[in-house]
Design a protein around this ligand. Structure first.
Ligand code: ASP
Length: 302
């Protein structure tokens, strides 16, 4: 029987009503009491590294969890992390870059409704996550509403609905069918020696363009080494902001361009506004999700 390490970190899945709003309360052990059938699927060891609303998570929290996974790499067949759904995509993306070529399943899950609540998705998601963690899936993914979504492709697209996540610019890597059978169609490449990427620079700014953005804000960004500008459509810099963006690049800030569009990606070749941005030295982030782009930039890959 496979041995899985579960790391419970909080999120709605573990929430209870406090009278002042939902807050995480259940431990990993308590979550497991809701899925007794798990004992027929795998052996589980539980750790509770934190119990937070994922709104409060920073890179420091994420790296702390990643470090526990890394340190336990040889002791387990797979890993399940219960997590708040709001920033789950940031964690999944960062883990994908930090746990390089990890070679074992690292499966995040969460829920839109607390474990035990009426019509909760928590039980199905948690059980599904363990099922996938027992498969040959060498990398980071999230298991949510019957889908296995790669860590670099996942985005939360709905703040209320049960089907809150989508795989962006790629099909989901797999599904869990009604019988609970896991069907994996794509797997991350194994790609060389496993490595824990220690050097993560979280001081990256993501700035959303709006049609009337005050150019002096871009001047202010000169204090950061790396700035991602989320533009419109295929990407580019509005003509009226070109001078300040150029100044930013010449001052030594690395500027990356992405798009506000959820799918399709940025393509700076298509329009003149994009080509001019590229000629200035802006780096196109292509079809990466924002979360993946942020993680790749934080890890110094771009
Ligand atoms: N605010 C919660 C969190 O991200 C939402 C959730 O888990 O669904 O922790």
């Amino acid at each position: 029987m496979k041995h899985i390490l579960m790391l419970a970190t909080g999120g709605t899945i573990a929430c209870r009503q406090t009278g002042h709003g939902l807050a995480p309360a259940l431990t990993g052990e308590e979550l497991l009491e809701f899925i007794p059938e798990l004992k027929h699927i795998c052996k589980v060891t539980v750790l509770n590294p934190m119990s937070v609303d994922s709104t409060d998570m920073t890179a420091e929290h994420r790296l702390r969890i990643a470090r526990v996974i890394w340190d336990n790499r040889d002791g387990y067949d797979g890993f399940v992390i219960t997590h708040g759904t709001d920033t789950l995509a940031y964690t999944a993306a960062l883990f994908s870059h930090v746990l390089r070529a990890f070679g074992k399943p690292v499966i995040l899950t969460g829920a839109q409704r607390p474990m035990g609540a009426e019509e909760s998705d928590a039980e199905g998601n948690l059980l599904g996550a363990f099922r996938v963690a027992c498969e040959d899936y060498p990398g980071v993914a999230a298991v949510v509403h019957g889908q296995v979504i790669r860590g670099t492709r996942i985005a939360k697209v709905d703040s209320r609905g049960i089907s809150a996540f989508r795989s962006i610019n790629a099909p989901a890597d797999g599904i869990i069918n009604n019988m609970g059978k896991v069907i994996i169609n794509h797997r991350p490449e194994r790609g060389g020696e496993p490595e824990f990427v220690e050097n993560v620079d979280a001081s990256v700014v993501l700035m959303k363009l709006t049609p009337d953005l005050d150019p002096t804000i871009i001047d202010f960004l000169g204090r950061y080494n790396k700035v991602i500008i989320e533009g419109f459509g295929s990407g580019g810099v509005p003509t009226r902001l070109e001078k300040v963006v150029q100044k930013l690049i010449l001052s030594g800030t690395r500027v990356y361009l992405t798009t506000q569009c959820l799918s399709g990606g940025a393509d700076l070749h298509k329009y003149k506004v994009g080509r001019r941005a590229e000629a200035m030295g802006a780096v196109c982030l292509g079809d990466r999700t924002t979360e993946d782009a942020l993680a790749a930039v934080m890890c110094g890959e771009l």
